[in-house]
Design a protein around this ligand. Structure first.
Ligand SMILES: Cc1cc2nc3c(=O)[nH]c(=O)nc-3n(C[C@H](O)[C@H](O)[C@H](O)COP(=O)(O)OP(=O)(O)OC[C@H]3O[C@@H](n4cnc5c(N)ncnc54)[C@H](O)[C@@H]3O)c2cc1C
Length: 558
């Protein structure tokens, strides 16, 4: 019997476990389906974020064919490890625009606006590079920027972006940044150049050892059902993911159960527990506990589109992939504490823009006046471009023998919605994920503008003498060619959100403003699935702030 059971020890789960167990009077159990990833390379930034490596603790499952994209199937990536996505991702630390959270407030969640979340962003972090009053300097979530780009091509992109009118903002996570911005990104890497995950940051051995009488972390434990008695969540059934450990286990909660299984895992577990659309549950012979049609609906992800160029091999990551000695040299430099590409993320810079601010022909920024604090549609970006010195189609082919540079263009305010539904009653199998990309034709609009922006950037880089040959770009700028290119080459960006979203029940919401699941007492959801809608930045940092705020709500008994 525990006071709190947290299901899912991922990005949100580790934060919540650390904060709740600060109180010596409460006991906390964390159930995590993955393992602890403690291999020698698990904290080397570049290696640990390699999603192509079989050694990275991720599982891929196919989406259903995307109707709007010629029936393409893309891989859904599940981070199955203590720390979740934060243990395997690209480590980029972006809060999102102030306007993203003002938009949440305007949707009817005033307590989730930027002013309410700001103290939690600050509380969680320790910025080693920034110096503004908007940033935190004493939290566990260590991050820093790397302004000395190791790839020559990235400096060339920066010059092109500035020439097109983008402002170079020193700190993308400050509150007053313009919407159209070029930024050197913060990354979750500590002073010893080690990857931070929420497991390493919030649940280091000092904490888990000191709290071992009240904090239990059970790995390789797949939650199979939330037990509900008389409308109250009372316990969790789970099985081992290790087939050599047969049988079912059961843990009981005195106070509350919090589902933190991420935007794919949380709706799956709620559905397996009889919480979801009664009709869908009936199809799988599951008795309805709470008829909640919103469970698994409204799934979002940023829509990604790579444009790729052939560039000098030495100026890309493919160089060390193809040259064992160069790779070994970089590793050696890393271990000796010298500057090495092993110690930084695969991308360090990004551009954000609202497509309506870009000139149709030149793609130059023509309006930078949008006020960051108002909840209007164009005061948060709808486009991001990440320049990456590597191939970036998904899934990537095994080995590339040439130098490839990519602009990963993303529609970061997608209007399309997808869904997560049960494929089977077997909790060990993955659910059916429909990303729904391009189901709303309005999503083409920013993507077309974004393609033109990427093409103009490439032209400026060439004009400046950087050698780039077209490799995967649209055949022309005619709308039909741009749309065909979008349909053929889109990819997902792993920023899944909003599948158990915070909204009014009659609007398809799953949780209320205190993250409590409608119709079941003693049950909350806390992870990326509760986002009312996806934010325009990368999603890990808002998940951490949400978990910080959820812990406070729980401590106050809200
Ligand atoms: C490859 C990749 C790169 C990314 N890059 C970035 C980036 O650079 N910056 C950024 O901000 N965001 C990035 N993201 C997104 C970010 O990592 C996620 O938005 C964030 O980690 C989600 O946190 P979460 O707590 O909602 O879910 P997760 O961190 O996924 O945690 C869910 C946890 O629940 C566990 N679980 C699921 N089902 C069960 C079950 N039935 N029983 C027990 N446990 C269960 C899972 O194993 C997992 O550990 C990336 C994601 C990926 C996958």
């Amino acid at each position: 019997m525990y006071d709190y059971i947290l299901v899912g020890g991922g990005t949100a789960g580790c934060v919540l476990a650390a904060r709740l167990s600060e109180d010596p009077a409460v006991s906390v159990l964390v159930l995590e389906r993955g393992r602890v990833h403690d291999a020698w390379y698990a904290r080397i930034p570049l290696i640990s974020s390699d999603v192509t490596s079989k050694a990275t603790p991720i599982v891929r499952s196919p989406s259903i064919p995307i109707t709007g994209a010629e029936g393409q199937v893309v891989d859904i990536v599940h981070a199955e490890v203590l720390g979740g996505g934060s243990a395997v991702n690209a480590m980029l630390v972006t809060r999102g625009a102030v306007g993203d959270f003002e938009h949440w407030a305007a949707l009817g969640h005033p307590e989730w606006g930027y002013t309410s979340l700001r103290p939690y962003f600050i509380k969680s972090e320790k910025s080693l590079s920034q110096r503004s009053g908007d940033r935190g300097y004493s939290g566990p979530w260590v991050n820093q920027t790397f302004p000395d780009y190791p790839y020559k091509v990235q400096s060339s992109v920066k010059a092109a972006a500035l020439a097109l009118g983008f402002a170079d903002v020193g700190d993308l996570n400050a509150a007053n940044v313009p919407v159209d911005a070029f930024a050197t990104l913060d990354a979750a890497i500590d002073g010893k150049m080690r990857r931070m995950s929420t497991y390493h940051a919030f649940l280091p051995a000092e904490i888990t050892n000191a709290r071992r009488n009240r904090l239990s972390v059970c790995i390789k434990a797949v939650a199979t059902r939330i037990m509900v008695e008389g409308g109250v969540a009372v316990g969790v059934e789970f099985e081992s993911s290790d087939k050599s450990v047969p049988g079912a286990f059961y843990a009981r909660a005195r106070r509350e159960i919090v589902v933190c299984c991420g935007a794919i895992g949380s709706p799956q577990l709620l559905l397996l527990s009889g919480i979801g659309a009664a009709e869908h549950l009936g199809e799988h012979g599951i008795e309805t506990v709470s008829d909640l049609p919103g469970v698994g609906q409204h799934l979002q992800d940023h829509i990604g589109l790579p444009l790729m160029y052939e560039v000098p091999l030495e100026d890309t990551l493919h160089y060390i992939e193809n040259n064992m000695w160069a790779g070994a040299l970089e590793l050696g430099k890393y271990f000796l504490g010298r500057k090495s590409i092993m110690g930084v993320p695969v991308t360090l810079i990004a551009m954000f823009a609202h497509s309506s601010h870009l000139d149709e022909e030149t793609a130059a920024v023509s309006n930078t006046n949008a006020a960051p604090s108002e909840a209007t549609g164009d005061n948060r970006p709808d486009l991001e471009i990440m320049p990456i010195a590597h191939w970036c189609s998904e899934p990537p082919p095994y080995k590339i023998k040439m130098g490839v540079f990519s602009f990963l263009l993303c529609n970061v305010q997608p209007k399309s919605r997808g869904s997560v539904r049960l494929a089977s009653r077997d909790p060990h199998l993955r659910p059916t994920v429909d990303l729904g990309f391009l189901s709303n034709a309005e999503d083409f609009v920013p993507l077309r503008k974004g393609i033109r922006l990427a093409l103009r950037l490439a032209e400026a880089m060439r004009a400046d003498g950087y050698p780039m040959k077209d490799f995967q770009v649209p055949s022309s700028e005619a709308e039909s060619d741009l749309d065909a290119f979008i349909r053929t080459h889109l990819r997902n960006v792993f920023h899944y959100t909003s599948s158990c979203r915070m909204a009014r029940r009659e609007e398809g919401g799953v949780v209320d403003d205190d993250l409590r699941v409608y119709g079941v007492r003693g049950l909350r959801v806390c992870d990326a699935s509760i986002f009312p809608c996806v934010t325009s930045g990368h999603t890990m940092t808002p998940v951490i702030a949400i978990a910080e705020r959820c812990a406070d709500l729980m401590k106050k008994g809200c």
